[in-house]
Design a protein around this ligand. Structure first.
Ligand code: FE
Length: 206
């Protein structure tokens, strides 16, 4: 996509796809191909005042959709379930690209999970899909959710009654996510008395 440039004086945007009627520049003319005498059609600044527009990637909508879906589950299917932690709310956090998909965490009043939005591909087996994470191989369970298609969940805590507030659950979710994305330590000192991460977080392994 051809670069859009912006006037540093008046913020007029030159879009190569649109060209410029004032100077009769045809659509499809790159900024660098504009005539030397071309000036800002709005404020008459020279070409040298134009700067590339920093194009920020639009935020991936899936984590927000996931929250909406789980708020609805909370409101309906889970409404009368006695294991809800009243201090917790649905929150999707720390989603970032991983292995062609998007990996993050989901806190709900009844669980803390790692969640993976997989790249397009064949559906996961109902018993789960083994995923090679930096920490090791873990099995995510597939779930088909409205508006999202197949989503893979790794339950970290369920129920989630031990968390005193949302911040505590978010902190633990964040810590678990970090562990999943950290390779296990190489055991250089077998006589070490402290348990390794692998031993501490053995529950993450299938
Ligand atoms: Fe201008």
């Amino acid at each position: 996509m051809a670069a859009v440039r912006e006037c540093g004086v008046c913020w007029y945007v030159y879009d190569p796809q649109a060209g410029d009627d004032v100077w009769q520049v045809p659509p499809g003319t790159a900024f660098d191909d504009l005539p030397a005498e071309w000036r800002c059609p709005r404020c008459d600044s020279g070409k040298e005042r134009f700067l590339p527009v920093r194009e920020e990637a639009p935020a991936d909508p899936r984590p927000r959709t996931l929250e909406a879906v789980y708020r609805e589950i909370h409101r309906t299917k889970m409404a009368d379930v006695p294991i809800l932690n009243p201090a917790l709310a649905v929150e999707a956090l720390d989603f970032a690209p991983f292995a062609g998909g998007l990996l993050g965490a989901l806190v709900t009043p009844w669980s803390v999970n790692a969640v993976f939005f997989p790249p397009k591909g064949p559906p996961a087996p109902p018993m789960g899909r083994a995923r090679a994470l930096p920490v090791g191989v873990v099995t995510f369970l597939p779930q088909t959710l409205p508006g999202l298609g197949e989503v893979e969940l790794l339950s970290l805590f369920s129920p989630a009654l031990e968390f005193v507030d949302q911040a505590a659950a978010v902190a633990v979710a964040r810590e678990c996510l970090k562990l999943l994305l950290t390779p296990p330590e190489v055991e250089e000192q077998p006589a070490q008395s402290q348990p390794s991460r692998r031993e501490l977080f053995g529950f993450l392994r299938p």
